[in-house]
Design a binder for this molecule. Sequence first.
Ligand SMILES: Cc1cc2nc3c(=O)[nH]c(=O)nc-3n(C[C@H](O)[C@H](O)[C@H](O)COP(=O)(O)OP(=O)(O)OC[C@H]3O[C@@H](n4cnc5c(N)ncnc54)[C@H](O)[C@@H]3O)c2cc1C
Length: 329
Amino acid sequence: MTNNLYDITIIGGGPIGMFAGFYAGLRNAKAQIIESLPEMGGQVKALYPEKTILDVAGFAGLTGAELIANLQEQLDTMTEVDQKVDTKVLNLKKVDAGFEITTTKGVSYSKAVILAAGNGSFKPRELRAENVDAVADKFISYSVTNLEKFAGKDVMVAGGGDSAVDMALLLEKVANQVSILHRRAEFRGLEHMIDKLNESSVQILTPYLIKRLDQVDDKLQVTAKKVKTDEETQFSVDELVVNYGFISNNKDLQSFEVQPELEHNLVKVNSELETSEPGLFSIGDQATYLGKDTLIATGLGEAPIAVNTIMKQLYPDRRLPIHSTSLHK
Ligand SMILES: Cc1cc2nc3c(=O)[nH]c(=O)nc-3n(C[C@H](O)[C@H](O)[C@H](O)COP(=O)(O)OP(=O)(O)OC[C@H]3O[C@@H](n4cnc5c(N)ncnc54)[C@H](O)[C@@H]3O)c2cc1C
């Protein structure tokens, strides 16, 4: 077991798990990160690599892909931290050494575990409208992973949350014309981004609901119904980007033998990010506590707290980190 016994295992290689892995390396922990997708990066890499992220400290703006590339470069400096991709954690069980971790590729052991699996597997919430299936493949996207696809086109974004607003502003840079259609008069988003939307050339269509979609020649005809009056209007676009949020699925966690206390399907943690199960921690989108915001900045702050708490528990005689990381060779 010794070869296969880690101090810290991080389940989930999203941005928060990646940074926790780096920080575990800084603390000289024997650590591994286990990620089910073929590459690290979580939601940021899979869902919005092209979007500009404005709220990560130290960066005036960088794309999702750039953030993950930077985190990867930082993580790779910790050569002793094992990075296992394409490997899904199937079970977590309490044993004398700590935890037994069963994955699609084998079994390993860990004195402590950090859950950083976000909302588990996630998929976009789909648009429901008449005839949607007939036009979906040709005209509908649920994420913007390749900006070039929208260059010079007339694009409609459906949705009213902050990522729909971000997406409309992102598409404005390359598209011929962008509109954003939302069922409420108000958008939910950071005030700064809503101001930008109002100042932009994006056409705002509110309050509308999409009723029906049809292909007319090479264009998509969107029939939208005005909320309250039911008055119908038709819009013609080349692409429809639907951003109605995501449906997440924490089934993996729910099938583990170790069952930490949950709240609304998220893992309840204390101020040291420890769950109701001693030695089991949770950070990032998967963790919840009073006042929690599911932001990258928040999760990045949680990672060192969890790692330092674990190291204090495992090695009480070791010195706590001094403030300067530059002391690390
Ligand atoms: C469209 C969109 C735009 C956003 N924009 C911003 C923004 O501008 N600023 C901001 O701060 N936040 C933004 N967010 C939120 C941000 O992406 C999340 O807060 C962040 O991704 C959380 O990171 P995480 O590492 O906790 O989880 P995730 O990114 O969800 O990563 C979790 C990882 O765990 C893996 N995993 C799950 N189950 C298992 C398993 N059983 N075994 C192994 N691996 C597993 C998953 O594959 C995934 O890679 C946005 C989110 C979306 C959807």
